[in-house]
Design a protein around this ligand. Structure first.
Ligand SMILES: C[S@@+](CC[C@H](N)C(=O)[O-])C[C@H]1O[C@@H](n2cnc3c(N)ncnc32)[C@H](O)[C@@H]1O
Ligand SMILES: [Zn+2]
Length: 262
């Protein structure tokens, strides 16, 4: 099954575009870096020490939170941000991405796969879920196996140096994560690189509330839960070569579909 990954991959160590299947994992055909398969997930993070795990990320990947992430945490968090149900958000994302990704799709920072699985059910092509967190990925893999989805594979890697070829995907989804990334500009640079010309990119993120009684400050300062300013985010996307083609704002939740400009 992991051979299905090969057309998308490149070596995260030397950037060579030929990665081959090796016993129990993948291997770079040039520098021979080996990427082991662990619990059905390919580990493509060569330098663990470079990653900054913020206090919020650390909290989210505790076993207690992972186990209630989809059933409670994500739903309550989304409702507090938007005053609407997470099911409505899922519908929005599936609607704006409905014609995308038949030739493969990436769900970046997939977490437990709350978007990966519906995307995989709605598209015939391979959906690759990428995340940095083992506890999230292991849970995601269990749910995919339980639901019998055979077009999903998971990769452990960082959004800041993705193990994918240039222009590998016509579609990338990244929900609930852009505002949490330690280096959002590096992630946007990488997303543009792995998207094919004219490719689409769907996002759900958070906008800084105008009035929060200091709550937003506390979240940003102490647990590194981030917020964007909508105008600044729009400019940032332009700077990185994206054009927003559709968007919805529900209180501080902002969902959009962007196109790679060429
Ligand atoms: C709030 S969860 C979002 C999960 C899912 N996409 C959703 O919408 O519910 C944020 C995810 O981002 C992942 N993450 C944080 N930094 C990352 C990085 N540098 N590269 C890849 N994933 C990262 C975390 O491990 C976590 O699973
Ligand atoms: Zn290599």
């Amino acid at each position: 099954m992991i051979s299905k990954l090969l057309p998308f991959m490149r070596c995260p160590v030397c950037s060579h575009a030929v990665v081959v299947e090796s016993s129990e994992g993948l291997m770079c055909d040039r520098c021979h870096a080996f990427f082991p398969l662990k619990s059905g997930i390919v580990d493509m993070l060569p330098n663990e020490a470079e990653e900054v795990i913020t206090p919020f990320q650390r909290l989210m990947q505790t076993p207690a939170i992972v186990s209630v992430y989809e059933g409670m945490w994500r739903r309550i968090g989304y409702y507090l941000a938007s005053s609407r149900s997470f099911a409505s958000e899922l519908e929005t994302v599936l609607r704006i991405t409905s014609t995308r990704g038949d030739a493969g799709a990436l769900d970046l920072a997939c977490g437990t796969g709350v978007f990966t699985r519906p995307l995989a059910r709605s598209k015939p092509g391979l959906v690759i879920g990428l995340d940095l967190s083992w506890p999230m990925l292991r849970h995601a893999r269990r749910l995919v196996t339980r639901e019998g989805l055979d077009n999903v594979l998971f990769v452990r890697a960082t959004a800041f140096r993705m193990p994918f070829r240039d222009s590998a995907f016509p579609f990338v989804n990244c929900c609930g994560a852009l505002h949490l990334f330690d280096r959002p500009d590096d992630a946007l640079k990488e997303i543009r690189r792995v998207l094919s010309p004219g490719g689409r990119f769907s996002v759900q993120t958070t906008i800084r509330p105008e009035r929060s009684g200091g709550m937003a400050y506390v979240l940003e300062r102490f647990i590194r839960f981030g917020f964007f300013n909508e105008a600044v985010l729009r400019q940032k996307l332009q700077r990185h070569g994206f054009d927003i083609v559709e968007s919805e704002r529900h209180r501080i939740s902002f969902t959009f579909l962007a196109r790679r400009i060429d």
